[in-house]
Structures are given as structure tokens and as C-alpha cells.
Design a protein around this ligand. Structure first.
Ligand SMILES: Nc1ncnc2c1ncn2[C@@H]1O[C@H](COP(=O)(O)OP(=O)(O)OP(=O)(O)O)[C@@H](O)[C@H]1O
Ligand SMILES: [Mg+2]
Length: 447
């Protein structure tokens, strides 16, 4: 896999950091993000960085100090300084210290790109062409440009323990990607431990993660290690991180900052070395804005961000996935693979896949069990055929949320209101369906 340059972004302003992150990813660079200088220096210590883009005015330690630090500890590392306050003295000083470019806010996307290209020179790589893209990476199937970018970003985490936040709809492969990050890394022989923060009751999560000593609470009859200790040396995957309580959030922050944890009821802390990967299909930035998720922890968990595309955003991969699951399940069942005629594939490509790859996987599994040779239109569930390929008149075009609501309603009607069955058909879990149903019911009430 050809390496692409990585860039460390340092800015205390959330919007600016996200904007930079998007722009750098669009330019084909792997962005690492930090919202203060201390975190930035930590990222530099354990990640390969080819370029630093830093804000100048930040609370606490300013960008100027970072530039100084870089000139001493990373001489030759290109630095691009951004600031909202043009000040000639500052400009001269940062240039003397080795910053190569100086960009004054507000700047356009073009100006930013030019500045980055100037600083990096020929190192900015052209976006990969489809032929360069492998169709699979550690079991993940997909050849879409968004998937190619994902594989490259995963590969950039191979030799460092930078935290990774994976976001994406249900069934887009978040857990799969977490595993790929671990097994592609140089710590692949160490444990990979997955914890579903949404499935463990609030009061238990803290002791499950950090462990407890005998007598810490009623029922704690022996010392018990937590998931952090179990994952020591490897990777801890925190699924549905948005469910972590304020107490757990505070302890996680400490674990990341100090690389040590304290068991419940213990007086002494202990060192742990783990890479934290978190996943969320909720909207963490909204939770941060609403004050239910700590902003400092959000940044600490989000040094590298991987946003997984929904299946309907990479329809060209559907045939590839069908072929993959068809081969796998028919082999498992000792049958010859099924034939999927072009009309069937076109119907699958036109469908919206609210349950993403998991929904497709379940469908192919069912078909391989039920059918022997060729898949016919009648074999597809009715709700899939309703979205059969045809271009609707613009007046009937509707929002994605509406399509999803209508689709859920149709499936519910078809299953006689049985939510467990409906969730299975949709390829989502019951909890997700319940959340989505809130939307359906709200809508119905308003009508
Ligand atoms: N790109 C992919 N290639 C092959 N299989 C995939 C891919 N993405 C997802 N899958 C399969 O789809 C199923 C769901 O994947 P996974 O559990 O990783 O999704 P998720 O994003 O964690 O979903 P949820 O939000 O519901 O927990 C798994 O069986 C996985 O093997
Ligand atoms: Mg998952």
C-alpha cells in the first residue's frame, strides 16, 4: 500500500479543527488532530507526522511555543502556522523558528491547499485511482474511493497508538474496522478486547472497565481485573461510547492522559498501555454541544477519525459484497454458489439499505439457504422491489429520513407489527429499531 503523508492539526477551535480535517483528507493526507499543544506533542511522540498545521493563539501553551519545540525536537519537519491575528512581529518570529508558511484567517480552501502543497512539495500524492485500490483489506470488502481512503488511514495507524474514533450508521462495519486496525498493527499478537458500553448497565461499566478490589462494593468478594487490564499491550474497543456515564468519561480521560488506571476501591493506580478505539453511531459532536459528552475526552478519543460510508453511498460495491457473501455462505452450506442475474443486482443497487452491509449479508445468507440455482425477482422481499430501478419524477423525490420512515413502516406492516422480525428483516438490532421508531411515531403524531 503506498504511504500517504500524515498531517498533525492543532487548533483549540472545534469548527476549525474539523474543517482542516476534512480539507486534509480531501487532499489525500491522513489527518491527526489535537486541540491543544500538550496533546499535539504526545501525538508527535508516537505517530509518523510529515507536516504540522497549528493555530497560534490558543489558551494555555500557544502555537509559538509549539513551533519552538518543533524546531528543537523535530528539525526539518514542515510547519504551517495559521492565525486570526496578523501580527508582523509574530510572523517574523515563527518564520525564523522554521515555520515555512503563514496563513491568516479567514482563508479560502484554495489558499489552504496551496500553502500545504508549498510546504509539502511533491509529497502530496494524487488521489488513488480505482485500479490501485485493493478490493479487500483484512476481510473488509469494498473498492469505492471512500473505502480506499479508509484502508490507507488504517494503515497509517500501524505503528502508533493514536486513539481512533469510528463513526457510521449501523451495520457499516465499525467493529470490523476496529479489528482491522488492531490486526494490521505491530501489536497484533496482543489482545483485542471489545466492550459494548451500551449493553452494560451504567453502575457496572466502571468496574467492568477498570476492575475492582475486594470490598469495593457489596458483592465485590474478590479482586477482579477489568477490560483495561485484559487489553494491556493491545487494543481496547469501546463500542457505543456515547453511553458512557460522566463518571466513566472522567476515568477514561485520566486513563488516556496518565496511561494509568485505578481499580474501584483501590488506593494505588497501575500503568496500562492500550490503544483505545471507540465507535459511535450517535452524534458525539451534538452530545458535546449539549454538554452530555466531555469535550476534552472527545478530542482525546478522536485523534484519528474514520467515518464509514453507508452502503447506499457506495452502490458500486454491492455486486462485490454479494459475490463475497454468496461464496462464503454457499461454501459453508456445501452448495454451489447462486447466480444473481443483472436485474436482481440492479434492484439491490437501487435499494436504500438502512441496515447497510449487515442487512445485505443477512439477505444473501437467507437466499443461499432457500434457493438452489438462480435468484429471481420473487425471491427478493417486497420492500426491496418497491425501490426497483426507475428514475422518479422530481416532484416525488423525498428526503432520506422520509424514505427510511416509510420503509420501516412497510416492513412493520409486512411483519404484522412484530418488531423482532422487523429488526431482523431490516438488518438492525432491536434497540436501533426502537430509536428509529421514535421518529416514525413522532411523525405520525404530527400528522
Ligand atoms: N465492508 C465490509 N465487508 C465485509 N463485511 C462487512 C463489511 N462491513 C460490514 N460487514 C459485515 O456486516 C456485519 C456488521 O458489521 P459490524 O458489526 O462491523 O458493523 P457495525 O458498524 O459495528 O454495526 P452496529 O452499529 O450495528 O454495531 C458483520 O457481519 C460484518 O462482517
Ligand atoms: Mg458494532
Amino acid at each position: 500500500m503506498n504511504e500517504r503523508p500524515s498531517v498533525l492539526l492543532v487548533d483549540d477551535a472545534r469548527d476549525m479543527l474539523e474543517l482542516l480535517r476534512r480539507n486534509m483528507a480531501a487532499m489525500g493526507l491522513t489527518p491527526f488532530a489535537a486541540n491543544n499543544v500538550v496533546d499535539a506533542i504526545e501525538v508527535l511522540g508516537n505517530s509518523p507526522v510529515d507536516l504540522v498545521i497549528t493555530d497560534l493563539n490558543m489558551p494555555g501553551i500557544g502555537g509559538l511555543q509549539l513551533v519552538k519545540y518543533l524546531s528543537q525536537h523535530h528539525p526539518g519537519l514542515p510547519v504551517l502556522v495559521i492565525t486570526g491575528y496578523p501580527d508582523l512581529n509574530n510572523a517574523v518570529e515563527v518564520m525564523k523558528l522554521g515555520a515555512l508558511e503563514y496563513l491568516v484567517k479567514p482563508f479560502t480552501q484554495d489558499e489552504l491547499q496551496k500553502a500545504v502543497e508549498n510546504v509539502l512539495g511533491a509529497r502530496v500524492t494524487a488521489p488513488p485511482t480505482p485500479e490501485d485500490t485493493p478490493a479487500t483489506f483484512h476481510g473488509i470488502i469494498g473498492r469505492a474511493p471512500s473505502m480506499a481512503e479508509l484502508y490507507r488511514t488504517i494503515d497509517r495507524t500501524r505503528n502508533n497508538r493514536a486513539t481512533v474514533l469510528i463513526t457510521g450508521e449501523s451495520g457499516t462495519g465499525k467493529e470490523m474496522v476496529a479489528r482491522a486496525i488492531h490486526y494490521n498493527s505491530k501489536w497484533s499478537a496482543a489482545p483485542f478486547v471489545a466492550v459494548n458500553c451500551g449493553a452494560i448497565p451504567d453502575q457496572l461499566l466502571e468496574s467492568e472497565l477498570f476492575g475492582h478490589v475486594k470490598g469495593a462494593f457489596t458483592g465485590a468478594i474478590t479482586n477482579r481485573a477489568g477490560f483495561f487490564q485484559a487489553a494491556d499491550g493491545g487494543t481496547l474497543f469501546l463500542d457505543e461510547i456515547g453511553n458512557a456515564s460522566p463518571a466513566v468519561q472522567a476515568k477514561l480521560l485520566r486513563a488516556i492522559q496518565d496511561k494509568e488506571i485505578t481499580m474501584l476501591g483501590a488506593t494505588k493506580s497501575q500503568k496500562v498501555e492500550v490503544r483505545l478505539i471507540s465507535a459511535s453511531n450517535g452524534d458525539l459532536p451534538t452530545m458535546v454541544r449539549q454538554g452530555t459528552f466531555r469535550e476534552d475526552l472527545y478530542y482525546r478519543l478522536n485523534v484519528i477519525h474514520m467515518q464509514l460510508p453507508a452502503l447506499r453511498q457506495r452502490t458500486a460495491d454491492i455486486a462485490l459484497l454479494v459475490e463475497h457473501f454468496n461464496a462464503r455462505f454457499s461454501k459453508e452450506l456445501g452448495k454451489a454458489p447462486l447466480r444473481f442475474p443483472p436485474r436482481i443486482l440492479a434492484t439491490l443497487e437501487a435499494y436504500s439499505w438502512p441496515g447497510n452491509v449487515r442487512e445485505l449479508e443477512n439477505l444473501v445468507h437467507r437466499l443461499v439457504i432457500m434457493k438452489d440455482r438462480t435468484v429471481e425477482m420473487d425471491d427478493l422481499p417486497a420492500h426491496m422491489k418497491m425501490q426497483a430501478p426507475q428514475s422518479p419524477p422530481t416532484s416525488t423525490l423525498t428526503t432520506l429520513a422520509d424514505v427510511e420512515r416509510q420503509h420501516i413502516q412497510r416492513v412493520l406492516d409486512a411483519t404484522g407489527g412484530n418488531k423482532t422480525k422487523a429488526a431482523e428483516v431490516l438488518g438492525i438490532d432491536r434497540k436501533t429499531l426502537r430509536e428509529k421508531l421514535k421518529g416514525v411515531e413522532d411523525q405520525t403524531i404530527r400528522k
